[in-house]
Write a protein that binds this ligand. Structure first.
Ligand code: ZN
Length: 363
């Protein structure tokens, strides 16, 4: 067993990303990948990571990126500029929170490949200027296409990413439900479960080209539903690892796996998935709810401040209550609280490689 690497706090790329993924898998823990839509959610994720001494993954869906840019009148341009703006925000702040951050984009289906290509171009420009790209990794989700196309197109994009010290996440099988316009509620149940042979095929095609991770479906669904609607089968992940391990004579868990639709999942299934090489668990629905829930409570506690600037009877000014910093902060605090739980369940609390770096510098 090698000793835990110590990394500089901030965004990781290429080799440092691979070290971080390896540390997760060797240490039997995973990192939450939280979807963000603006500075409130980015800062809350960074705050939560610092508080829990865990590294973290910050990601944007195409709609999240568009929202981040605001309403500039051109949806495609907003998706590109918003993702760049969010990445720059994280580049500037991450090191000051003292943790390692992976910057990722979420599902991009065939229609959204041009979005990812535009972001790769932005990454190329950033690397020429500052020596590092913008994002650690992009996700390409061609799970609705046939397998040959999925793998060959992913290979083409990975080749471009690898030149810039970037990684790719691909999807095999379909995550149920829908994430920001990608995916569908009406897929055949069998498609919710990836075949280990598909993972083996992707492994063989992509390994020579660069670093990749695989979102393999094992019954996971985006969103939160009433119990009994989702049948998670992490043994699919185990069998996928075994297929590669046996054919290529490798050590346990050779492939880096991603768990989509983590919100609302049972703790035992999460832990089992991690034991089969999951290092990243996406969480969006639960953190959205945490943010909204706290703001709902805030408004309920001071309803008059959301209708009047001055109380119509007492004449008392409400400025201190409707100041957006007050209720947005309530949302941030509850998002941090939800992530405290996520870090604990994923086992990453106290495991930041950057914190280790800080301590070793101090010693
Ligand atoms: Zn997903």
């Amino acid at each position: 067993m090698t000793s835990t690497p110590k990394l500089k706090p901030g965004v990781v790329f290429g080799e440092t990303y691979k070290q971080l993924v390896k540390a997760c898998k060797d240490g039997g823990y995973a990192l939450p990948a939280v979807n963000i839509v603006g500075t409130n959610s980015v800062n809350a994720v960074l705050e939560a990571a610092a508080k829990n001494k865990s590294d973290v993954i910050i990601q944007l869906s195409n709609g999240g990126a568009e929202f981040y840019a605001g309403h500039i009148g051109d949806s495609f341009q907003a998706k590109v500029l918003g993702a760049v703006a969010a990445a720059l925000h994280v580049h500037l702040l991450a090191e000051h929170y003292g943790v390692c951050v992976v910057l990722h984009t979420d599902h991009a289906n065939k229609k959204l490949v041009p979005w990812v290509e535009a972001l790769i171009e932005e990454g190329r420009k950033h690397k020429a200027k500052y020596g590092v790209p913008l994002f650690t990794s992009h996700m390409i989700d061609l799970s609705e296409e046939d397998l040959d196309y999925n793998i060959s197109e992913s290979a083409r994009i990975l080749t471009m990413l690898n030149e810039l010290d970037m990684s790719i996440e691909i999807e095999l099988g379909c995550t149920g439900g829908e994430e920001d316009g990608v995916g569908s509620d009406e897929i055949d149940d069998a498609r919710l479960y990836t075949q280990p042979s598909e993972v083996l095929e992707a492994y063989e095609a992509l390994t020579p080209l660069g670093h990749f991770s695989v979102a393999a479906s094992f019954g996971n669904v985006h969103g939160v539903y009433k119990p009994g609607n989702v049948d998670l089968r992490p043994d699919i992940l185990k069998n996928s690892q075994l297929a590669i391990q046996e054919k290529h004579g490798l050590a346990a868990n050779p492939i880096d796996l991603v768990f989509h639709g983590g919100s609302g999942s049972e703790e035992a299934k999460i832990k089992e998935a991690i034991s089969y090489g999951v290092f990243k668990m996406n969480i969006d629905t639960d953190t959205q709810f945490a943010f909204a829930e706290a703001i709902g409570d805030y408004v309920e506690a001071s309803p008059m401040a959301f209708r009047y600037q001055i109380d119509p009877e007492s004449g008392e000014p409400y400025k201190k209550l409707y100041d957006p910093r007050k209720w947005l902060r309530a949302g941030e605090i509850n998002l941090v609280k939800r992530l405290d739980e996520a870090f604990a369940v994923l086992g990453s609390t106290g495991k930041s490689l950057a914190i280790a770096h800080k301590e070793s510098v101090a010693a």
